[in-house]
Ligand binder design. Sequence first.
Ligand code: NAD
Ligand code: UDP
Length: 334
Amino acid sequence: MAILVLGGAGYIGSHTVDRLVEKGYDVAVVDNLVTGHRAAVNKKARFYEGDVRDKTFLSGVFDKEDIEGVIHFAAFSVVPESMEKPLKYFDNNTYGMISLLEVMHDHNVKKIVFSSTAATYGEPKQIPIKETDPQVPTNPYGESKLAMEKIMHWSDVAYGIKFVALRYFNVAGAKPDGSIGEDHHPETHLVPIILQVAAGERDQLTIFGDDYDTKDGTNVRDYVHVVDLADAHILALKYLQAGHDSDAFNLGSSTGFSNKEMLEAARDVTGKPIPAKMGPRRAGDPSTLIAASDKARKVLGWDPQFDDVHEIIKTAWNWKETHPKGYDDRKGNK
Ligand code: NAD
Ligand code: UDP
């Protein structure tokens, strides 16, 4: 039977498809390529181009494939954009989930592993953040993802569709051989932006705010390597295959790095000066996000291999140096 990966042409999805294929799973991918790349999808996976919200298209894929479970990455995920265009996020993310669950229910598919996010917690009351802590998002992106978690909960109650919500903290890095990596347009995440400056594609980094209540005034985040994250999805699938109940797990390293520390680490790894300046706060940014991730380790048996941000940045830099234009599939690139 096949595992269907929705959003499998995206950054995290493509690394997960790759790991699934490496581990011998039969994989099908659905992606509308709105932010993803066809070239990122492992050639051993069957690819269907289309939108999760298009139920006719999605039902056709479920009719063709013998699907055991799904992994759902397909969503928009840019916090500042969500502040300006909240409805775009509720339409693509939250409605996309409703569409997917309806089609799963129609086809009697009962297992879903879902990309949730630390953004569902909002500004935490305590650090590290536990799965049982209050979820009070500070931006529409986080709110759209929290709604998706709740919709899965009620679909479990009503239809017995079991889910694992994986709440990622900050994902970075690339497959160590440099064959796939992160390629977003425009890029908004800290690590790839720092590396764009290192590569001379941007003049300087702007650090968004240095007046937070943190060790050096800049935001603190918890970084996890994309391949470790991919492996957590496979463990979550196994957890559901073993008949366990629905649950949520944080995925992070349990260690916080400030934006200034990330800049210094990238200077060490690349050997480049990486000019930077301070700018105003970015709307919707919580001060500090660090995961308590012992639950994923204990219950899922998750054992992340990358525990040093230098190593994480090194793999992202390897991808950047070997793919200066990313996947080179944008109009105007060629
Ligand atoms: P991405 O944009 O690279 O990947 C998303 C993929 O989904 C893309 O290939 C895109 O084309 C596809 N897609 C989007 N809407 C679709 C739709 N309606 N129908 C079909 N395909 C659609 O993003 P990513 O960084 O790989 O993130 C993947 C998931 O992880 C997202 O759901 C995001 O919310 C979540 N997440 C990411 C991070 C992070 O640090 N990158 C952190 C927490 C959570
Ligand atoms: N950030 C920054 N400058 C940038 C991009 C990001 O200072 O050009 C900061 C951002 O404000 C946050 C951290 O880097 O404190 C991580 O942001 P990112 O968008 O990578 O992930 P998020 O934590 O929002 O999911």
